[in-house]
Design a protein. Sequence first.
Length: 132
Amino acid sequence: MLRFTKQADYGLMAIHYIAFHQEGGAVNTRKIAEEYNIPQELLAKILQRLAKRGLVQGQNGPKGGYILTREPKAISVGEVVRAIEGPINIVSCYKTLDCPQLTRCSVRRPVQKIQTSIEELLDKMTLAEMSA
């Protein structure tokens, strides 16, 4: 079964929330955590990863929180997922040739096509499209 981790789910929910609630200023981590019932400490770590990758920017102070660094239509779902989880691989041997079954593997090419399709879909879908 292919699925995102909870961290990727939470990250997508959080960045989507920020995208559409930042008009009044930075969005507080506590508010997002309460809205989606996400542990605040875990959410803080996820948002720090997104900030390190330049997708959100943290603002300190009493009205602190996070804002997007770009418009929602300029941030892809793929960028968000990679920022949180690292490379998107449906199988562990996708990018390497280090596999004992390599010479006998009959599914490598079809899996590569599936992998490419998933990456393209995630990279084409933007935060703005998520709410459509």
